[in-house]
Design a protein around this ligand. Structure first.
Ligand SMILES: [Zn+2]
Length: 285
C-alpha cells in the first residue's frame, strides 16, 4: 500500500516536471545581452549613455535603441509642420526623459506626439514620463485592453528572465515601470491617420502577430515603415508568450501593400525592407 502511494507520488512529480519544462520552453527568454552588442550597421551612433543610443537613418529620422537589457527600437520622425513623432518608447520613464531632452536640444522646443504600437514594456514603458509632460499618446483600444488584462502577467515573465543577481538593476527597473495606457485611444480595426501640415502618417492593424495588439506605423513621404515587434530583425522569434503563431504570417503579408525603403523592426540592427521576407521565413520554416 505504502509503496503504491509512493509510486503515484513519483509519477505526479515527474508529470509536473515535464509540464513545467514544456511551458518554460514555450516562453523561452530572449538571449540576455547585459552588455549592448555593437551595431552591425554602419550608421554613426549618438550615445545618450551606455544603454541608450540613436542612429540617423534619413533626414529627420532617428532610430532610438534602449538595451535594458534587451536592445529594443523606437523611432523619431520630424514631420512637415515640425512636429516630432515618437513611435514607441524606451523601456523606462528615465530613458524616455533622456530621449525627450535630446529632441529638445537637437530641434528646439517642438510639439511632440507619441504612438504606442503595443502593450509590452518595450512599446510603452516610458508613457509615465510622456503623460507627465502632457505629450499626447496615441494607442489602440486593443492595447488598452491588453495592458489591463495581461500587463502584469507580461511584467512577471520579464522579471522571471531577470532573476539572476547580476541583473538586479534591470530587475528593479522593470519591477518599477508604471504601466500607463495611451491617452488618445482609437479602434484598432479602424487604424488611425494623422496629418501634420499635409504630411500624413498611418497606423495600421494587420491582425494578431507577436502580440494580439501590435500595430505598424507608415510614413508615406519618408517611404518608412515602423514594423515594431511583429517584424523580426534578428535570427530568432524572441518572446512569443503573447504571440499568435498561426495568424502572424498572414498579418505580416498584409504589409507588402505599403511602399517603403526602410523597415524598422522592434529589435535588431537591420532596417531593410527584406526584413518582411526574413520574418516570414522565420515564422514558416
Ligand atoms: Zn518587442
Amino acid at each position: 500500500m505504502r509503496r503504491s502511494v509512493w509510486v503515484v507520488w513519483v509519477a505526479v512529480v515527474l508529470l509536473g516536471m515535464l509540464l513545467a519544462g514544456s511551458l518554460a520552453a514555450q516562453a523561452a527568454a530572449p538571449t540576455l545581452a547585459a552588455t549592448p552588442t555593437p551595431s552591425a550597421s554602419p550608421q554613426p551612433r549618438i550615445e545618450l549613455d551606455d544603454e541608450l543610443w540613436l542612429r540617423p537613418v534619413a533626414d529627420g529620422v532617428f532610430i532610438v535603441t534602449h538595451a535594458f537589457p534587451w536592445a529594443a527600437n523606437s523611432l523619431i520622425v520630424e514631420m512637415a509642420d515640425d512636429t516630432i513623432v515618437l513611435v514607441d518608447t524606451p523601456y523606462t520613464a528615465e530613458a524616455t526623459a533622456q530621449v525627450i531632452a535630446w529632441i529638445t536640444a537637437e530641434f528646439g522646443k517642438r510639439e511632440i506626439v507619441a504612438i504606442n504600437t503595443g502593450f509590452h514594456v518595450d512599446n510603452l514603458g516610458g508613457n509615465a514620463y510622456l503623460a507627465e509632460q502632457g505629450i499626447p499618446i496615441y494607442g489602440s483600444d486593443l492595447t488598452v485592453q491588453m495592458l489591463d488584462e495581461r500587463g502584469e502577467q507580461s511584467r512577471a515573465l520579464t522579471l522571471e528572465w531577470l532573476q539572476a543577481p547580476a541583473d538586479k538593476r534591470y530587475y528593479d527597473g522593470h519591477r518599477d515601470v508604471l504601466f500607463i495606457a495611451p491617452t488618445e485611444v482609437f479602434a484598432a480595426e479602424d487604424g488611425l491617420e494623422l496629418d501634420f501640415g499635409g504630411e500624413r502618417l498611418q497606423v495600421y492593424y494587420p491582425g494578431p502577430t507577436h502580440a494580439p495588439d501590435n500595430m505598424v506605423v507608415f510614413f508615406p513621404e519618408h517611404r518608412l515603415m515602423f514594423g515594431g515587434c511583429m517584424i523580426i530583425g534578428g535570427d530568432k522569434l524572441g518572446n512569443t508568450a503573447d504571440a499568435d503563431l498561426e495568424a502572424w504570417p498572414d498579418s505580416v503579408r498584409k504589409l507588402a501593400r505599403f511602399e517603403f525603403d526602410i523597415l524598422v523592426p522592434g529589435h535588431g540592427d537591420r532596417f531593410d525592407p527584406e526584413l518582411l521576407d526574413h520574418t516570414l521565413d522565420l515564422l514558416t520554416s
